[in-house]
Design a protein around this ligand. Sequence first.
Ligand SMILES: [Zn+2]
Length: 224
Amino acid sequence: MAGVDLGICNFAAVSFGGESVLYPGGALKEDEYYFTKKKAKCGDSSSREATRLDRKRTGRRTHFLHALSKAIVEECVERGVGTLVVGDLGGIRDDDETGASRNWGDHGNLDLHGWAFDRFTTLLDYKAEAEGIDVELVSERDTSKSCSCCGHTDDAQRVERGLYVCENCETVANADVNGAENIRQKVLPSLATDGGDRDNGWLAQPAVRLFDRSEGVFAPREQL
Ligand SMILES: [Zn+2]
């Protein structure tokens, strides 16, 4: 079983339980910036050039999301994952209490991310199903505030430099990986909450896959 947390900086964080992978959304954001600037130069937003740019932008977004969902499903197949648990963002967009990492209004990315997350979830569902993997949507509520190791929830939890630090058990985790692991545990309660002495180093050391523009695929990168 694997958990997927969607976000702005890392478009997707995946926890396989004992192993984690990040998929940064930088390429998507760069495109957005590029096309927004180009379109602003067109002036008339109903011109043929503006329409052409819109179409091209949509194509680039769609390609990114296809490549990303494909990469995640491939990693699930490699690991024999039977169920993919995805954090459901429904409602989060109207929720003010979701923390700085989900500041939807920032940089005018609201539209992009609303659109991209919905589209991505649909693609992931489709591709996973084709491989016989079930996709379950669960609420994201509290998944960024709770420690995936001990279950401690801290409403005042601050994410600093992308890290989640638990004041109870002192676990240090990549914040997005912690979220993904919490999402995974919503369907499969982990042994970690038994207070065992499991090695949690993997929570702080995700592998990173970057989008390779020239190849149009996500390529592996060394660990951070
Ligand atoms: Zn903890």
